[in-house]
Design a protein around this ligand. Structure first.
Ligand code: MEV
Length: 431
């Protein structure tokens, strides 16, 4: 493939190309060498030997589809987004929403400094306030000690920033003092750094307070490390075959209001945003459980679980979307630099810092949420889903090549999208 690609993520017809053509286009976009290309299609990907060094009791490796969401423009820059996910429709929906946003000026993103919170639990002190005072007196000493844990992070301008003292008086185990260590982890996700720092501080705190340190661990409610992404869509880009743009905008506002008011809906609404954020998190070798824990805890910060996004009309009648959530991800350390496909995913994204990665993920979450609620508030999501579901059934029934399309089209025409029907059709077409 020798096409000269302009540096745009708008790649019309990308989805209609064959897998090798798509892979070649992306290789050209990102300047991938043959080894890196091999990592994407599983030839030189994660080996069992590498896997054996990552976790325990390894017996193999487990592959998932890696797709590319197109059309993203974020703070004026074009991105192609690698997404690892098993669920059909997500990548297409994300690309579609990014296209709508692109036509309205793209996403605007911002983020906090990459500050993680480490928690230390002090038990057995007579007076938690007096103990807090003692810890505060040695604040400088503790921050200096914490700074010694990771010289690399310190060299890049990170390090311990502050302490917070949180006496918890009424717990099932009685009063306790909780100390937060705020630590700028720069381009790391930071779990190891922060856990090590907390463990290093423990003896000093025990000596000063006379208490006993029980837990020393990061908090996944990384609310010092939030991203914010926004977009504004003119009503005319929102119209469908059967609804005007104004009607769609109003329906989306109502869909968001439902999630804002009802935790049962908010869980599903936020899951839609996480479809996008998790897929990038996994593609880049990051800890998606940490991301999930943080986002959902943040969604419940006011005492009731709410939407992490907001969709409302502005004074001009445009639809304004916004997401705010903690996103603790890194571009160094962990699997990000060990998993061959994660390294390539980061190269395709072209992000230079962990903050930039988090900001991209914020935009992807907002796009995914928009795609879901737009579909739900207009034609419903089943029509699009059923085609893809039928395709999966056809493949599961043993169809390959052109037979997949024949099986899918027959099942859709008959209105019978079931595995037993797919199996029967495969037998019939083979015969
Ligand atoms: C499905 O994976 C995600 C949705 O349920 C999200 C939503 O309901 O907003 C479609």
């Amino acid at each position: 493939m020798t096409e000269n690609l302009p540096r745009t993520s708008r790649l019309p017809g990308f989805y209609q190309r064959s897998l090798p053509e798509r892979a070649a286009l992306i290789a050209q976009w990102a300047g991938l060498d043959p080894d890196e290309q091999g990592a994407l299609i599983g030839i030189t990907g994660l080996t069992p030997v590498q896997a054996d060094h990552m976790i325990e009791n390894v017996i193999g490796v487990y592959a998932l589809p890696l797709g590319i969401a197109t059309n993203f423009q974020i703070n004026g820059r074009d991105y192609l987004i690698p997404m690892v996910i098993e669920e059909p429709s997500v990548v297409a929906a994300c690309s579609f929403a990014a296209r709508l946003v692109r036509d309205s000026g793209g996403f605007t993103v911002a983020s906090d400094e990459p500050i993680m919170i480490g928690q230390m639990q002090v038990m057995g002190v007579e007076n938690v306030y007096a103990a807090a005072g003692k810890v505060w007196e040695m604040r400088e000493e503790l921050l200096n000690r914490a700074n010694m844990t990771d010289p690399v992070i310190a060299r890049f301008g990170g390090g311990a920033r502050d302490l917070e003292l949180r006496p918890l008086l009424d717990t099932p185990a009685g009063p306790m003092l909780v100390i937060h260590l705020l630590y700028d982890v720069r381009d790391a996700m930071g779990a190891n750094t922060i856990n090590t720092a907390c463990e290093k501080l423990a003896p000093m705190i025990e000596a000063a307070t006379g208490g006993r340190l029980v837990l020393r661990i990061l908090s996944n409610l990384a609310d010092r490390r939030k991203v914010r992404a926004t977009c504004t869509l003119a009503p005319h880009v929102m119209k469908t075959e059967t609804m005007s743009g104004e009607q769609v905008v109003e329906a989306i506002e109502q869909a968001w209001a439902f999630a804002e008011a009802d935790p049962y809906r908010a869980a599903t609404h936020n899951k839609g945003a996480m479809n996008g954020m998790d897929a990038v998190c996994i593609a880049t070798g990051n800890d998606w459980r940490a991301l999930e824990a943080g986002v959902h805890a943040y969604a419940a910060r006011g005492g009731r679980y709410r939407s992490v996004t907001r969709w409302q009309r502005d004074a001009q009648g445009n639809l304004r979307g916004e997401i705010e959530a903690p996103v603790a991800v890194g571009i160094v350390g962990g699997a990000t630099r060990v998993h061959p496909a994660a390294k390539v995913a980061l190269k395709i994204l072209g992000v230079k810092t962990a903050r930039e990665l988090a900001e991209v993920m914020g935009a992807v979450g907002l796009a995914q949420n928009l795609a879901a609620i737009r579909a739900l508030a207009t034609e419903g999501i089943q029509r699009g889903h059923m085609g893809l579901h039928a395709r999966q059934l056809a493949i599961a029934a043993g169809a390959s090549g052109d037979m997949i399309t024949r099986v899918v089209e027959t099942m859709i025409a008959e209105g019978q999208i079931r595995l037993d029907r797919a199996q029967a059709l495969v037998q019939q077409f083979k015969g």
